[in-house]
Ligand binder design. Structure first.
Ligand SMILES: Nc1nc2c(ncn2[C@@H]2O[C@H](COP(=O)(O)OP(=O)(O)O)[C@@H](O)[C@H]2O)c(=O)[nH]1
Ligand SMILES: [Mg+2]
Length: 349
């Protein structure tokens, strides 16, 4: 049982990483915005004491060069530190991050940022010398322009990487706040069978419901309470009946929820087949889930009884009009409480 696997410190650590991620990753600017910021921030250098016009311009140019490179390298270093480097391979949140974000691409983007920081510092060193050695105003002007041109072209080369990081940031922000230690029901089944509608009916979550497959793009989290007990319900995007290695990123999130979070799986079947999937496909998927997660209790539920009521002895509900959902919740609570007792056996008196 999941409770028995202590791992609580790891879980807390991961939660800490994700919570911080949501707060800490700053808005990622485009390369043009970074350049604009660098030019806006250029300080006015006080050079009244300069002995000639050439010296005055030279001093000014050195000050501006320093200020521009400082602004840019500060931004790049801040971005570099804001993203996590994930070395662990296990755990729901880590694996989820790897599913929703191409971590190798992120790694590549981060090292490109490091490269750019170094390159800009090198340019600063080289051009400070060139500015110091310029013999007249024309030469100084040429060197100065050359520096800004080269600096901008380094930043421009980060265009694709910054864009990727901005998208990754949005993905990180979407990662749901799951309570990895709370008794949890994961809702599984084909797309369109009514998982989200059920989650909405029995919990606090307000998922998106629509009559087309994979409306739910990621994992949704809701809660329900019975007395003082709180339970977590996970809405999944649905699974198709196919081998694990052919699953797409959306489906993989459902697989991870089953693997790491489920104490109980509610497997929704739609005998009306208005979901667009035949019952034999749905039963095939049910078998696959059962084979892959032999230790997790599965409650089989037929939804959409308002459209079709089969003769089977499975629990029957209509997520649309609420029929049978109270009985399902009672069954869930009974099952979850029994699992909890099994994991934390009461001491004998
Ligand atoms: N008639 C009927 N339609 C339902 C029922 N439950 C869900 N639906 C409809 O089925 C479609 C898919 O529902 P949704 O909850 O988004 O399915 P999901 O993809 O499994 O999350 C929507 O149009 C729902 O309104 C039900 O009990 N009866
Ligand atoms: Mg859904």
């Amino acid at each position: 049982m999941r409770y028995a696997k202590a791992g609580i410190i790891t879980i807390l650590l991961l939660r800490h990483i994700v919570l911080n991620l949501r707060k800490m990753i700053p808005t990622i600017m485009t390369s043009q915005e970074i350049i604009d910021k660098a030019f806006r921030r250029i300080v006015k250098v006080d050079v009244e004491s300069a002995e000639s016009k050439l010296e005055m311009v030279r001093e000014k140019s050195l000050g501006r060069l320093n200020s521009a490179t400082d602004t840019i390298t500060e931004v790049l270093i801040k971005y570099h530190h804001a993203f996590p480097s994930v070395n662990k391979k296990e755990g729901f949140l880590v694996e989820l991050m790897c599913v929703v974000i191409d971590m190798n691409r992120l790694k590549q983007a981060l090292s490109k940022l490091q490269w750019a920081t170094k390159k800009i510092r090198d340019l600063r060193r080289i051009y400070m010398i060139k500015i110091k050695e310029a013999r007249n105003l024309d030469e100084l002007d040429t060197v100065r322009k050359q520096f800004y041109g080269r600096m901008c072209s380094v930043v421009k080369r980060l265009e694709g990487d910054l864009k990727f990081m901005a998208t990754a940031r949005e993905e990180f922000r979407k990662i749901p706040m799951v309570e990895e230690t709370m008794p949890t029901v994961v809702i599984a089944g084909f797309p369109n069978v009514g998982k989200s509608q059920l989650v909405e009916r029995i919990s606090t979550a307000r998922p998106e419901i629509a009559p087309y497959p994979f409306t739910t793009q990621g994992i949704g989290v809701g809660h329900f309470s019975v007395g003082w007990r709180r339970f977590q319900v996970i809405d999944t995007p649905g699974l198709l009946d196919r081998p694990l290695d052919e699953r797409n990123a959306i489906e993989l999130q459902a697989v991870l929820a089953l693997k790491y979070l489920a104490d109980v799986i509610v497997f929704i079947l739609d005998p009306s087949e208005t979901s667009g999937y035949f019952m034999d496909q749905q039963l095939n998927l049910l078998r696959t889930v059962r084979d892959n997660f032999p230790d997790i209790q599965i409650i089989e539920v037929e939804n959409k009884v308002d459209l079709l009521r089969s003769g089977s002895d499975r629990l029957k509900i209509s997520a649309a009009n609420g029929e049978g959902t109270d009985a399902l919740v009672e069954e869930l609570v009974r099952t979850l409480v029994a699992i909890e007792k099994e994991s934390y056996p009461q001491p004998a008196d």
